[in-house]
Design a binder for this molecule. Sequence first.
Ligand SMILES: Cc1cc2nc3c(=O)[nH]c(=O)nc-3n(C[C@H](O)[C@H](O)[C@H](O)COP(=O)(O)OP(=O)(O)OC[C@H]3O[C@@H](n4cnc5c(N)ncnc54)[C@H](O)[C@@H]3O)c2cc1C
Length: 308
Amino acid sequence: MISALLDRASRSSRSRHLVETFPLTRRVVDRFVAGETSRDAVEVAAALAASGMRVSIDVLGEDVVDGGGARRTGQAYVDLLQLLDERGLASGADVSLKLSALGRALPQGGEAMAAEHAHGICEVAASVGSTVTLDMEDHTTVDSTLRIGEQLRATFPWVATVLQSNLRRTDGDIAAVADPPARVRLVKGAYREPGTVAHERKRDVDRAYARQIEALMASGCHPMIATHDPAMLEHARASAARHGRAPGDWEVQMLFGVRTDLQRQVRDRGDTMRVYVPFGTDWYGYLMRRLAERPANVVFFLRALAGR
Ligand SMILES: Cc1cc2nc3c(=O)[nH]c(=O)nc-3n(C[C@H](O)[C@H](O)[C@H](O)COP(=O)(O)OP(=O)(O)OC[C@H]3O[C@@H](n4cnc5c(N)ncnc54)[C@H](O)[C@@H]3O)c2cc1C
């Protein structure tokens, strides 16, 4: 119910305006977003590196529908990678891209434009020793994202794919993308999807997630287990041990501001911990997904909006 409301709100310009201008919003945003500028994000990356964690940095923004916006997103990634390099933080860092922020939804040649910008970002990433992950968006874009990922990997084999366990197709996608040296991030899925393409019960998503952890650990790829679910993390650890994987042969990923206690635990037991660090001013869609994942985040927020 709440997630349906938030899904509607995420597509409504009226709700967007209300939320963006609501005085209490800032507190919630600050919890999940590392600041507005690349300098803010790089400061966070430096602190995380000093505490023994890695990063994947995301320039916030999605659904860009003009060529100028797509170019600006591409340039923001280039600037970010250069700044990471200047600070000595680029090696081993990752950036996460949404192809919709690089113009994929443009009616004429959108996919080619997004692929070209992503290629340019990969060239800069390669030159500074960083890697790139293509975030996965809603189910209508999965084929296009997999296609662009495959094209990019012909030149940059370290470009990572994200697969969503809530989608019914994902077991088949694992078989298609998990050959070495693939890097694959497994997530439960943040988009509200129709039952025709996605599991509707959380129980079924969790079952798929556990099964797919096992499939990735058994494969030759580098699994990136992106979850805050302690049971899944235990399962991943046991599965990695069963398949003879050393800590550097797989990794855990979590979101900035979510379960930092668990992030420290993962690091302390010697596993690789990477934090997804979003920054920028276009935080609305990202924030709505974080609220939808966790009713406790929403209660105070909806109450505040209702009392406007
Ligand atoms: C590094 C990373 C990258 C991601 N990239 C993508 C992507 O490209 N595409 C995509 O569709 N999805 C992506 N996601 C989001 C993902 O699909 C889930 O929506 C999200 O991770 C919540 O699911 P969960 O696995 O943590 O498990 P859940 O079962 O939803 O949650 C388990 C526990 O985690 C904690 N928790 C989870 N979410 C929150 C939150 N928002 N606030 C506070 N606590 C929370 C709670 O304690 C909860 O009980 C990504 C997630 C991570 C961690």
